[in-house]
Design a protein around this ligand. Structure first.
Ligand code: ME8
Length: 674
């Protein structure tokens, strides 16, 4: 049964250009929207720009423009980037839209008429850049607790939304709806704050004398609306004038009833309070249902540091996409970091994932199959014969995916979704090894070779189907390559079945999906450049090729030091003394009073070991769960901060980056590493 699906991103301020953080939230929402469309659900995916308020007014003034001129110019940057990233939003809202302004004024008037808004004299501290009031207790040494800039003492009349009276009701709502705020840690944070502190009322106006760029209060023309009140309403106002027709009806009321409440508001953790507290209480006062879920994801840093213009380390998604393609970027950001946790963007990890997962695992799989079907079957997918054990195993992995992915996306665990989908890529590669098609060809066993080729093509078709929400361009190429058409009309329910490729379908091989990124080291042109700090992700990339030809980059591949004096060598018998084993992390928690040490329970097949590792700055405990690692299994136990460690895990480090060594395929815990 199909159910409507309404998802939103924050509306981004037009005081700056878009960067990786904005792209991240929007890509995540796009994946959800695409997945629900694939399921046949009616979807409304909304994004847009937040164009009122002090920040925008200031940015415009600095550039000698009117706020509206500035908003018009900067809003386009977001639209262009979304196009480049293949974002499929159904609507792009701007808070300067006349229809939005009318809804904001209607809601303000309704709240005012109901006595939910009151005029009061406010005297206290105000942070002008953040447009926020602070109490005496909240400020820190005369500075804004949020941005650290000096606060001003102001006294003025303003209008207040009586938010405080909804405190208990909001606590109750959060307690009764475990999925309302996600992830769990953020939900607990909000609950912790609400149950220990008294909620104040919310100042929802600014005197025009101080700020003119905003929506006028309908009941007092001397004031404009506080930018957050205006901005949050976008999620609701859009249902009236930007949402798809509801059951064929364009009537604003019918559309609102059909689409509201939203299923997910995706936001960064920076704006969780405004969404979970301000927005929820506003809706309560308006007698409107609350959104089903607010999901606050983590924060991206660059090479371990906060991104900022002054550090010059902001990642421009445009550049990454121009160089490596939209799909690689989309894949990386969702695969690299569990949604909800903070993440770090480093060129090194980007290139490693690109080369190992996209170029090797996926790209090579397709090109091998294309080459063999071309060579042995004249470019036509041959019919499959009797099913053998490896065929069945491959099919079963493919058939198990829809349930896994459905569950993953219900919880927005994008990295798990990609890991699950990758099981089929990994299984298909293993299937190639097991069945050695080149040997079958040599033996002239064409019947078995036909079965193997059919099954590989079918696995590729299902890989395309299941990865389509994340890497839509690549999925389309694979789909077409294995002889299928109608990619845009594909529906999960029909296409998830095994065996949909008709024998005889003509393959359409294209260019390499992900041409390997060559580092200087690979090209043998000296290692000194290889380890040079990478100024930009673009590095030494050949800018003319747009991802179609081979690329080079000066970015660092794993560092292999060339020393001039011969290092002391050890014999194999000495190395053999070190027992390395694969382990799976089954529990992880921080060691008390240490920000570096993490206590792990590691399953090594025959037993579960407690291992204490100094990786707490690079990994949150939740990030480590289920990870496969390599441990030194015959190390004498040692105590670290009073906690016994029965082994040591392997990790690589370079500068600030620390990366735990993991096997590149799932392998039984306890397997020997040699
Ligand atoms: O806050 N890492 O707009 P904004 C991860 N207009 N996500 C990031 C990020 C980073 N380093 N930087 C930005 C506003 N984001 C308001 C929203 S909604 C009614 C009004 C993403 O332009 C993340 O989604 O500052 C964050 O919440 C949002 O951009 C903030 O965008």
């Amino acid at each position: 049964m199909s159910t409507k699906f309404y998802i939103t991103t924050p509306i981004y301020y037009v005081n700056d250009v878009p960067h990786i953080g904005h792209a991240y939230t929007t890509i995540a929402a796009d994946v959800m929207a695409r997945y629900h469309r694939l399921k046949g659900d009616p979807v409304f995916f909304l994004t847009g720009t937040d164009e009122h308020g002090q920040k925008v007014e200031k940015a415009a003034r600095e550039r000698g423009r009117t706020p509206k001129e500035h908003a018009d110019l900067l809003s386009v940057n977001f639209r262009k980037l979304w196009e480049k990233l293949e974002i499929t939003h159904d609507a792009f809202i701007r808070t300067t839209d006349m229809e939005h302004i009318a809804v904001v004024q209607e809601l303000l008037q309704a709240l005012f008429d109901k006595g939910e808004i009151e005029r009061r004299t406010y005297e206290g501290w105000y942070c002008t850049p953040d447009e926020r009031f602070w109490t005496e207790k909240e400020i820190v040494e005369g500075k804004c607790p949020d941005c650290g800039r000096p606060v001003e003492q102001i006294k003025e009349d303003n209008y207040f939304f009586l938010m405080s009276k909804y405190q208990e009701r909001l606590i109750g709502h959060i307690q009764r709806h475990p999925d309302f705020i996600r992830p769990e840690s953020r939900r607990n944070e909000v609950l912790g704050f609400l149950t220990t502190q008294k909620l104040g009322d919310l100042c929802i106006s600014r005197p025009k004398a101080r700020l003119a760029w905003g929506i006028e209060l309908p009941f007092d023309r001397d004031f404009v609306t506080y930018v957050w009140f205006d901005a949050l309403v976008n999620y609701y106002s859009a249902t009236r004038y930007l949402s798809p027709a509801a059951g064929g009806s364009q009537d604003p009321g019918a559309r609102e009833r059909f689409w509201w409440p939203a299923d997910h508001h995706l936001v960064g953790k920076d704006i969780l309070t405004t969404h979970s507290v301000y927005w929820s209480t506003m809706l309560m006062a308006l007698d409107r249902p609350l959104p089903r879920n607010i999901f606050a994801h983590g924060w991206w840093t660059r090479d371990g540091r906060k991104m900022s213009k002054s550090l010059g380390n902001v990642i421009d998604p445009n550049e990454v996409v121009d160089t490596y393609g939209a799909d690689a970027f989309r894949y990386f950001v969702l695969r690299e970091v569990p949604f909800g946790l903070d993440g770090d963007f480093s060129t090194e990890t980007f290139i490693t994932r690109f080369n190992t997962e996209l170029a090797n695992d996926l790209g090579n799989l397709l090109s091998r199959v294309m080459t063999m079907v071309g060579k042995y079957f004249d470019g036509k997918i041959p019919p499959a014969g009797a099913e053998e054990q490896s065929d069945r195993e491959l099919r079963e992995v493919a058939e198990g995916l829809p349930a896994l992915i459905e569950a993953d996306l219900a919880h927005l665990t994008f990295n798990k979704y990609l890991q699950d989908a990758w099981q089929l890529v990994t299984r298909a590669n293993r299937y190639v090894e097991e069945n050695a098609p080149w040997t079958l060809a040599k033996k002239n066993d064409m019947a078995r070779l036909a079965t193997v080729m059919y099954n590989l093509a079918e696995a590729l078709r299902l890989i395309a189907l299941h990865l389509a929400p994340v890497v839509p361009g690549t999925a389309r190429k694979i789909w077409t390559a294995v002889g299928m058409d109608g990619f845009d009309q594909v529906r999960l329910a029909e296409e998830r079945q095994w065996g949909r490729i008709a024998a005889g379908a003509a393959i359409k091989p294209g260019a390499q999906l992900f041409p390997r990124i060559e580092t200087r080291k690979d090209t043998g042109r000296g290692s000194e450049r290889m380890n040079a700090p990478d100024k930009s992700i673009r590095g030494q990339a050949d800018k003319s090729n747009k991802g179609e030809k081979r690329m080079e980059t000066g970015a660092a591949a794993p560092k292999i030091e060339q020393t001039t004096t011969a290092p002391e060598l050890i014999g194999i018998e000495e190395f053999a003394k070190v027992q390395l084993r694969v382990g799976k992390i089954v529990a992880a928690e921080r060691v008390e009073k240490s920000d570096k040490l993490v206590k792990l329970k590691v399953d090594i097949g025959t037993e579960t070991r407690q291992v204490v590792a100094g990786i707490g700055k690079a990994y949150a405990p939740e990030q480590l769960l289920d990870k496969q690692i390599v441990i030194v299994a015959n190390l004498k136990p040692a105590k670290l901060m009073g906690v016994e460690s029965q082994g040591m895990l392997l990790a690589a480090s370079s500068g600030d980056i620390l990366s735990v060594v993991t096997p590149d395929k799932e392998i039984a815990p306890g397997s020997k590493v040699k």
